[in-house]
Design a protein around this ligand. Structure first.
Ligand code: SF4
Ligand code: SF4
Length: 179
């Protein structure tokens, strides 16, 4: 594999500054609505808040990779005296919970850093977090060239894992006969 220069985009999360306002969820779901900004539904957001005011827990978590199966072992974190639930820090769209799934189709959601044309100056959730709990950073690195899966391929992979390859092939054949 050849090496290529790549901009690594990072969002640093300062949990002590987050007050759980959920502006990040609202703008993310709105930015990714079709058409853009036509609706706002936190269930469609690619950032979700773990929000438990009675335990003083406000934890923004970004949607990461799709996981076909849930973990057999779980972790629990205690930080500054606060005990977080199992899976709180996990970014996966996984069968054991409802977050990071498109509510109508069940297809996995993943943060895309607000890729846009022309590009956004900063991801929308960062722009809308007035408490500066989300801090955007960029750096350049040399990395192995990778084959990037398109959104459609990620969705197809999820459907194949859920329903099996043959059912997906049969459904596509049925749809194509109708057109
Ligand atoms: S960076 Fe963009 S896609 Fe990712 S969670 Fe924030 S608003 Fe959503
Ligand atoms: S917008 Fe900022 S302060 Fe509000 S919930 Fe999101 S990360 Fe927390």
């Amino acid at each position: 594999m050849s090496k290529v220069k790549k901009i690594i985009k990072t969002i640093k999360i300062d949990v002590d500054k987050c007050n759980g306002c959920r502006a990040c969820e609202m703008i993310c779901s709105s930015f990714h609505a079709n058409p853009k900004y036509s609706s706002s539904n936190p269930a469609r957001s690619r950032i979700r808040m773990v929000r438990e005011p009675l335990r003083d827990i406000y934890l923004p978590v970004y949607a990461g990779e799709y996981a076909a199966a849930e973990c057999m072992g779980r972790d629990k974190y205690v930080i500054d005296g606060r005990e977080y639930d199992e899976c709180d820090f996990c970014r996966a769209s996984c069968p054991s919970r409802d977050i990071f799934k498109e509510p109508d189709s069940g297809l996995p959601l993943k943060c895309d850093m607000c890729e846009d044309d022309p590009p956004q100056e900063k991801p929308l959730c960062v722009q809308w977090c007035i408490n500066d709990a989300l801090i955007y950073e960029e750096r350049e690195e040399e990395v192995e060239e990778e084959v990037k899966l398109e959104d459609m391929e990620i969705g197809l992979e999820a459907m194949v894992n859920t329903y099996g390859l043959q059912k997906v092939i049969d459904a596509v054949a049925r749809i194509s006969r109708k057109e």
